[in-house]
Design a binder for this molecule. Structure first.
Ligand code: MG
Ligand code: MG
Length: 260
């Protein structure tokens, strides 16, 4: 069941997603070698609550934290921990907020200190593929148009697309229909309609596409231990195309020329 949102509901979703963007911007100020990912999680939770929101992931399906923080070969759903960031790491930070009854959901992969050109290019390509997907998000197209745009962009550059996880509809629930895979065929899948809200979130690997889940039941890692990147926006589909409800503006104001 796909829930189409009214204009008023889309504005509420924008507010949730702006708080997600501001929270990630707050985290961006603290990301540096030596800080623990647990500390980043504490900062995010405090910031969300101070701004009237509730962390969207904490307690969701038993997830323990406000942020999913996935370093290096972790793809998604990493637990914040006592791990201290070090120069050359990358971390994918995924943040969810509930505000006024609606969910926001967005993710960004940050470089920590000096990161190799090879890995920076993975990050850039993954972010670019997100916008290639978003460019397909308009009434009359299908989910598969988004999926294939992401897949083609990344695979033609030598990267691989994680199959086991995908984007999703979003609204009063964090995960609604439809699923939004990052691979697929043009012209296939559910029809896109005005008022649909979806999270598009390519998870792209430097090496093989294969992943496994750790014993904690959550953390997804690449099988070959090579790095993986993750960028996510929540968007609304409107008559004239995608309205991006989440934002990287607050992150990139902090990162400046270190922006991906
Ligand atoms: Mg997310
Ligand atoms: Mg999501």
């Amino acid at each position: 069941m796909i829930y189409l949102k009214t204009d008023e509901e889309i504005e509420l979703m924008r507010q949730s997603n702006i708080l997600v963007g501001k929270t990630l911007g707050e985290i961006a100020k603290w990301i540096q070698p030596g800080i623990t990912t647990l500390k980043l999680d504490e900062i995010a939770e405090q910031y969300i609550r101070d701004n009237g929101g509730v962390p969207g992931f904490k307690g969701y399906g038993g997830f323990p934290s406000t942020l999913c923080i996935s370093e290096n070969d972790k793809v998604v759903h990493g637990f914040p921990s006592k791990y201290e960031l070090k120069d050359g790491d990358i971390i994918s930070v995924d943040c969810g907020v509930v505000l006024n009854g609606f969910n926001g959901d967005s993710a960004y992969t940050f470089p920590v200190g000096e990161v190799s050109d090879e890995v920076l290019l993975l990050l850039k390509t993954t972010k670019e593929s997100l916008y290639k997907g978003i460019a397909q998000a308009m009434p009359g197209k299908r989910i598969g148009d988004i999926s294939s745009a992401i897949q083609d962009y990344c695979q033609s550059r030598g990267y691989s697309v994680v199959r086991e996880l995908c984007g999703h509809g979003i609204g009063k629930k964090l995960h609604e229909d439809p699923e939004v895979p990052n691979y697929g065929k043009k012209g296939s899948g559910p029809l896109l309609r005005n008022g649909m809200c979806i999270a598009i979130e390519p998870m792209i690997n430097l090496g093989v596409k294969n992943v496994f889940i750790e014993k904690d039941g959550w953390t997804v890692r690449t099988k070959d231990a090579k790095p993986s990147a993750h960028f996510e926006h929540t968007i609304a589909i409107r008559k004239d195309g995608a309205d991006i409800l989440s934002t990287f503006e607050f992150i990139e104001n902090v990162l400046g020329n270190k922006s991906i």
